[in-house]
Design a protein around this ligand. Structure first.
Ligand code: 6GU
Length: 273
């Protein structure tokens, strides 16, 4: 997979040299090119932004540097044999970046990222490239970052670990908390390793019992507990056929009850914990 990133902070992308993504690059599984947007400015101050038409606070990134930078990265990629570029535009106004989107992006041969300051890029840039390639505007969550670079790191890591041969264990991502279809989208429960007791905290007995059936059931109970506590929205969204008798028992103990349609809703509490 080829990745191009156009940014005014190339050094912000240094983490792409480290860990999983760094190793994937070293092995030739990922070809990452970071481009300095200011290279495509021609004035003394390397200006990349200007005041917004229509007024208002903040600045808007100018069309010309982005157009020239993207044209250059795109021409470069095609010359290197890359095909079918997809433009990924990090913006708090984008569609939510989910595991499903990560899986879809991991199937693409070439991603071009355009991290911007949050007031954003002149709309005509996206309109122009949308005539030549798919453009995906994505947000990594409901908060506002000062710029899209951190989002590029997040998206790249989520995508790179899905590429064939990048994760050591092929099955590692099939039971990810948000893997499409996996565990009905429950969060993963807690994990333990040696020593058996640390500072007076023992590992739960069931995990050392050798009872595979009991271990699987315990893990599922823990997953349900953690999901009910941290992400009640995921329980409410679950298709009720995904819950077996024991699941229902656990949810009921946690204060959940089935609606007539079968979906689970948190029972109203007298006192909030
Ligand atoms: Cl992708 N960019 C910025 N600037 N802020 C964000 C974001 C992206 N996703 C959530 N907040």
């Amino acid at each position: 997979m080829r990745l191009d990133v156009v940014t005014i902070f190339p050094e912000y992308l240094e983490p792409l040299n480290v860990s999983l993504v760094g190793k994937a690059r070293a092995r030739g599984q990922l070809d990452v090119r970071v481009h300095d947007l200011r290279h495509w400015t021609y004035d003394r101050h390397s200006t990349v932004d200007d005041t917004p038409y229509g007024g208002g606070p903040g600045m808007v990134m100018k069309t010309e540097p982005w157009g020239d930078a993207l044209d250059s990265a795109i021409a470069d990629g095609y010359e290197a044999g890359a095909r079918e570029p997809v433009l990924v535009v990090p913006t708090p106004s984008g569609r939510p970046f989910t595991q499903e989107v990560a899986v879809a992006l991991a199937r693409q041969p070439w991603l071009i990222f355009t991290p911007a300051r949050y007031e954003g890029i002149d709309r005509r840039v996206m309109d122009e490239y949308a005539t030549r390639m798919p453009v995906h505007e994505v947000s990594i969550g409901d908060y506002v970052l000062a710029g899209g670079e951190a989002a590029v790191l997040v998206i790249t890591e989520a995508v790179a670990r899905l590429l064939p041969g990048v994760l050591g264990n092929v099955e590692s991502h099939q039971d990810d908390s948000f893997a499409p279809g996996a565990m009905e989208n429950l969060l993963e429960g807690p994990v333990y390793t040696k020593p058996p007791t640390w500072r007076g905290h023992p590992v739960p007995d069931v995990l050392t019992s050798g009872h595979h059936g009991k271990i699987a059931r315990w893990r599922r109970d823990e997953a349900l507990r953690r999901t009910a506590r941290n992400r009640p929205d995921l329980i409410e969204r679950c298709d009720p056929v995904a819950f077996d008798r024991k699941d229902r028992e656990v949810l009921s103990i946690l204060g959940w009850a089935p609606e007539p349609d079968g979906r689970f809703w948190r029972r109203p509490r007298d006192v909030e914990e």
